[in-house]
Design a protein. Structure first.
Length: 265
């Protein structure tokens, strides 16, 4: 499902300026971004909005500078730091290691992760290149704040827990759980980590939405996409992320048996 208005702050005029500064025709620009000419023409005329994939390619192919997106701080999601930290930990990097890989200071990265600073566009582009994720993961849309709540509620119900039981187990208030599930508040990194640990799911599962996950896993068939993004399947995937080696081997062995029905147990 296409999300309307998700990066509408990047105006058609800004897109035209980005193309003009590089002295490209509309056709050349479309070819560079691997989109039909008509699609790029509609982007420049304001009849179409950028998709996550096109935005990511625009940022990667042309190395967009900070001053080319003056409204970047309005575009950037409020939980940028949460996502940077979650992805850094997923790769097993310390702050110092990520600093060395990005040529950014560990202090700067720490401030970004704690939400004290919004990373500049150029800094975030470098971070995403190292963490191997599209920059569109960090661009806001109208559903960003509700994603955690939707997944939290689904995971809690899947484990037959009440809001009060989850709150007590995670060491937070019942009101906080209710507000998170209703999308009324934005969870801090500390709260997300407590909830994830209590529910046995990964932080990345909670904070990434369907379109972002789809970009990360690449091309899959429509049938498999429907399966992977089913709420119950998402809960299972979220749990698998926290499995230890033995538990994961059991899952993989079971899948292998399903794919090889003639193997006798």
């Amino acid at each position: 499902m296409q999300l309307k208005g998700w990066i509408s702050l990047i105006s058609p005029a800004a897109l035209i300026r980005i193309r003009s500064m590089r002295k490209l025709s509309q056709r050349e620009m479309a070819d560079c971004l691997r989109v039909p000419l008509k699609q790029w023409q509609e982007l420049e005329s304001g009849k179409r909005e950028l998709t996550p994939n096109t935005f990511s390619r625009l940022a990667a192919v042309f190395e967009i500078s900070d001053d080319e997106i003056p409204s970047w701080k309005q575009l950037a999601v409020g939980n940028m730091g949460v996502k940077v930290r979650a992805l850094r930990k997923k790769h097993g990097y310390s702050l110092d290691q990520l600093a060395d890989l990005t040529d950014l200071s560990a202090t700067y990265l720490s401030e970004v992760e704690r939400g004290e600073k919004i990373a500049s566009f150029s800094a975030l582009r470098t971070i995403t290149e190292v963490l191997q994720v599209p920059i569109s993961l960090f661009v806001g849309n109208k559903r960003k704040q509700s994603i955690v709540g939707e997944k939290l509620k689904a995971a809690r119900k899947d484990r037959t827990m009440t809001q009060q039981q989850l709150a007590e187990a995670a060491g937070i208030s019942t009101a906080m759980v209710a507000h998170l599930e209703n999308g009324k508040v934005q969870a801090s990194l500390d709260t997300i980590e407590k909830i994830s640990e209590t529910l046995g799911i990964s932080v990345c599962y909670l904070i990434l939405e369907q379109e972002e996950v789809e970009e990360m896993i690449g091309a899959i068939t429509p049938e498999m996409r429907d399966v992977l993004f089913d709420p119950q399947v998402q809960n299972i995937i979220g749990s698998i992320c926290t499995f230890n080696k033995e538990e994961m081997m059991m899952v993989l062995n079971y899948i292998y048996m399903l794919k090889n029905p003639y193997i006798k147990g």
